[in-house]
Design a protein around this ligand. Structure first.
Ligand code: SAH
Ligand code: SF4
Ligand code: F3S
Length: 439
């Protein structure tokens, strides 16, 4: 057996890809190790959403490059979004890399690895993805409770700041029967939660040109699978949340009442500049529909501070939106110019770094306030949670769990273990988590 070490940066799609990469390689004599010091094959699965994440890829390669000087027999590979985008640059900056493969080339790994082991330097980057039957290979899932299923990859939206359409290509949906088969296997293997993944998960099926293939109908089919498990889906594009999807979430008892719907900005002019296909008012409408139907649901979002040309007043609209909508949690980031994107060419309208990072700090402050308010709403309520892990504190075992609405809940119960569901009465709220006791 040879030892494989994978470092994964970026979103859940990348993490899911890494599980698939590791699974494929397990058929060819590679076993994954957590020990970075003594592996034979090193892979970094990269993210290029912001410059900082892309830079991390190169610094990791640098570390392994040094290692290769003392152990020339090791092989180094880079894949993911930076690889897809930067192949020529990687060759120049890190000539010691043995294998570069793109986001569409994962299923060619068996052939690629053979060539690498024959001493060849290999670069496999296709821009035209082919759909593979992913069920031929094992998937080395990292988490014993939650399993990811990518259902749609790629993006057609071309938001003006975003690199994803360039690194992941156009939208491709997997066939429902394939997803259902994977889900049934997951449930049989004992997983308690399935998370359906897509850069725009609610666009699922549009490319398959069959009106019956939608995320709503897929949820209905998955909900029929017998067993004690729950279903999530991320990330939703605001204007693709249909009434039928909201109905399906309502009808399906296994589907969590949780929506991650990035708004990006609370100002309609900036949204237009970002090429987002909704206005501030339309986003408010969607949130209000969801809140009305699911009062105990959580709605989370993403925001960018300092998009080119954003004025102080326009930025304040974002702070106002987080507060007025009572968003339960928001990911935040300072705008980072990405090669190939439209916004990166608006250099004369760039916001200076100091203002941008001050805005980010204010965004974070607002997020903290709203998170705490959101958590405080649950004190005294009973939430159904799934135990994901445990830690020891002052001699007693604390269970770390997650409610359907994605809130993190800590509690103590000798009778429960990782993978169990429990009803917990919330007794205390902090900014990032809740505390409770079993009922
Ligand atoms: N498909 C999802 C978002 C996927 S990218 C959607 O459309 O909502 C994840 C998040 O990264 C985005 O929501 C955005 O907030 C952030 N992001 C993307 N490009 C960025 C950039 N150039 N600078 C800063 N943040 C960015
Ligand atoms: Fe990026 Fe926009 Fe596509 Fe989301 S919808 S992945 S932000 S281009
Ligand atoms: Fe990053 Fe690629 Fe995901 S750019 S966020 S790893 S799709």
């Amino acid at each position: 057996m040879k030892k494989l070490y994978i470092e994964t940066l970026g979103c859940q799609m990348n993490k899911s890809d890494s599980e698939r990469i590791s699974g494929i390689l397990s058929h060819f004599g590679y076993i994954e190790t957590q020990n970075e010091k003594d592996a034979d094959f090193y892979i970094i699965n990269t993210c290029s959403i912001r410059q900082l994440s892309a830079d991390k890829a190169y610094s990791q390669l640098g570390v392994w490059g040094k290692l290769k000087k003392s152990r020339p027999e090791i092989k180094i590979a880079i894949c993911g979004c930076v690889a897809q985008q930067d192949k020529a640059k990687i060759r120049k900056r890190a000539p010691y890399v043995d294998l570069i493969f793109g986001t569409h080339n994962i299923y060619e790994l068996p052939q690629l690895i053979k060539r690498v082991n024959n001493g060849e330097k290999v670069c496999a980057i296709t821009s035209n993805p082919v759909i593979h039957d992913q069920n031929d290979y094992k998937i080395s899932r990292k988490n014993s409770v939650n399993a990811w299923i990518p259902i749609i990859e790629g993006c057609n939206n071309f938001c003006t700041y975003c690199i994803v359409p360039f690194t992941r290509g156009r939208e491709r949906s997997r066939l429902p029967e394939e997803i259902i088969r994977e889900a049934k296997n997951i449930v049989n293997e004992g997983y308690k939660e399935i998370t359906l993944l897509g850069q725009n998960v609610d666009s699922y099926g549009k490319d398959l040109k069959n009106d019956n293939i939608t995320l709503a109908n897929l949820l209905r089919e998955l909900n029929k699978i017998e067993g004690n498990f729950r279903i999530r889906f991320v990330t939703s594009y605001p204007s693709d949340i249909t009434d039928d999807l909201i109905n399906a979430v309502d009808e399906c008892d296994k589907v969590c009442k949780y929506f991650h719907i990035p708004m990006q900005s609370g100002n309609s002019r900036i949204l237009k500049e970002m090429n987002r296909r909704y206005t501030k008012e339309e986003y408010y409408e969607i949130v209000s529909k969801i809140r009305k139907r699911f009062p105990d649901s959580a709605i989370t979002s993403d925001f960018i501070a300092g998009f080119p040309s954003e004025t102080e007043e326009e930025f304040q609209d974002t702070l106002k939106a987080i507060e007025e909508l009572g968003l339960d949690y928001s990911n935040t980031a300072a705008y980072s110019p990405r090669k190939y994107t439209k916004a990166a060419k608006m250099t004369d309208k760039f916001i200076d770094e100091e203002t941008k990072y001050k805005r980010l700090e204010r965004l974070n402050e607002k997020n903290r306030e709203e998170c705490l308010k959101s958590n405080e709403k649950f004190v005294g309520k009973i939430l159904n949670v799934l135990v994901e892990g445990k830690t020891e504190k002052d001699g007693s075992i604390i269970l770390n769990s997650r409610a359907g609405n994605n809130k993190i809940v800590h509690f103590t119960d000798d009778k429960k273990n990782i993978g169990d569901f429990a009803n917990v009465k919330i007794t205390k709220a902090q900014t990032w988590c809740l505390y409770g006791e079993p009922v």
